[in-house]
Design a protein around this ligand. Structure first.
Ligand SMILES: NC(=O)c1ccc[n+]([C@@H]2O[C@H](COP(=O)([O-])OP(=O)(O)OC[C@H]3O[C@@H](n4cnc5c(N)ncnc54)[C@H](OP(=O)(O)O)[C@@H]3O)[C@@H](O)[C@H]2O)c1
Length: 375
């Protein structure tokens, strides 16, 4: 029985992880659950799965008998009794949990992108020093992991990330200024939380994935490419020195990489198999960097490193929130990020506390930028 500490249990990734545990009650259980605000949903999950400990980081929550309620400052206790720390929280908030799980010496299943985007150097140092198993959950990085035969250190020539292109792929650049917030959450192929869905529309998400690939596979930026693949069937590819390429295919369904992160190298039944004749053709298009500047902003911040990816992410979290609230236009998401990156000097990223301080400052900068440049 694998004991899982699930962080972000009330979100899109968290709910799908719970589905897997529900389906395989003899294989998996939850030793701890944590969420942000939704204390009611956390309470229901605790009543169903009876974890030893639970934490509602930003809301109120009454635990059922038998579950210990943890408070802010006690996050490390979430990992005391687990075999795997599953980090499915959204945003910069995930980094703290990833570092605590690493400090506890646990295997980490990592869905939270921001951990590597903002704190890649700190996370990878902790993982290396303690010899921990860090397993990607993001579908693209799970695909690369599978193509590399589950060896993050395996040799390769090039990594190619696939992108659906998001809901605005075929719009003219000028039309992007008029897209209403209600149209962006309609992702063509994946069902996800609000922030990552907007990041998929701006293609910031693909920039994040380039940074994640750099850390996970120790890949120089020159060896990481992105290509548009609207059907989202090929989840990513690895090119090898001899010209061979390996790809991982499947219907878009996050439960597959979530479950595999728990069971690898073994596999359990999870999703329907591909019906190739029904699929017909698969298409691949050049990546539209010019139309969607967030991708290049993310890659540039990733290349610069230090505290700049945390600045990028903080500005992006504020800007996406403002876009969803109807306070800024779609192109202003990129403008806010650019404004923040121009305003902050690069510093070496030395500690979580320093990154948290940078995150706070960059958020306050972005909030001011949005109120003076917004609608
Ligand atoms: N959804 C996907 O298909 C997908 C695919 C690949 C990668 N990811 C990545 O996985 C992460 C989660 O994405 P999502 O789509 O599941 O987001 P989501 O639906 O918005 O869920 C976010 C989760 O994080 C929790 N949370 C927020 N602040 C927290 C805190 N301080 N402590 C503990 N938990 C906190 C939320 O709790 P409350 O709801 O209770 O506030 C919620 O459970 C993101 O980094 C995303 O980029 C997602």
């Amino acid at each position: 029985m694998l004991k899982i500490a699930l962080i972000g249990c009330t979100g899109s990734i968290g709910r799908q992880t719970a589905e897997i545990v529900r389906r395989y009650p003899k294989e998996f259980c939850f030793s701890a659950l944590a969420c942000g605000r939704d204390g009611a949903a956390l309470g229901a999950l605790c009543a169903e799965f009876a974890p030893k400990a639970a934490l509602c980081a930003e809301g109120t929550f009454s635990p059922p008998a038998g579950t210990v309620r943890l408070s802010a400052g006690e996050e490390a206790r979430l990992f005391e009794d687990c075999d795997v720390a599953f980090i499915g929280a959204g945003g910069f908030a995930g980094l703290k949990y990833t570092l605590l799980a690493a400090a506890a010496g646990k295997k980490i299943a990592l869905a939270n992108k921001e951990s590597l985007v903002c704190g890649g150097a700190l996370v990878m140092r902790a993982v290396r020093e303690r010899g921990l198993d860090l397993v990607p959950v993001d579908s693209e990085h799970s695909a690369l992991f599978q193509c590399l035969a589950f060896r993050r250190e395996a040799a390769f020539e090039r990594l190619v990330l696939t992108a659906s292109g998001g809901p605005f792929l075929h719009l003219e650049k000028e039309a992007l200024a008029r897209v209403p917030a209600k149209d962006a959450p309609r992702h063509p192929t994946w069902q996800m939380g609000a922030k990552i869905t907007i990041d998929s529309a701006t293609l910031l998400n693909k920039g994040y994935e380039v940074i994640e690939a750099k850390w996970l596979y120790d890949a120089p930026f020159e060896k990481i490419d992105a290509v548009v693949h609207p059907e989202s069937i090929v989840h990513s590819l690895v090119y090898f020195a001899d010209g061979a390429a390996m790809a991982q295919l499947g219907y878009p369904d996050m439960r597959v990489p979530i479950q595999l992160a728990l069971t690898y190298p073994e596999r359990l039944p999870c999703a329907p198999q591909l019906d190739l004749p029904a699929l017909g053709k698969l298409s691949f298009l050049p990546f539209p960097k010019e139309k969607f500047p967030c991708f290049s902003l993310a890659v540039a911040a990733g290349r610069a490193g230090g505290t700049l990816p945390a600045v990028l992410n903080a500005a992006a979290e504020e800007a996406v929130h403002a876009f969803l609230g109807g306070r800024i236009t779609f192109p202003m998401i990129a403008e806010t990020i650019q404004g923040a990156l121009d305003a902050f000097p690069r510093e070496e990223a030395l500690s979580y506390e320093q990154l948290a301080e940078t995150d706070g400052k960059a958020r306050r900068f972005a909030a001011r930028y949005i109120s003076s440049h917004g609608k």
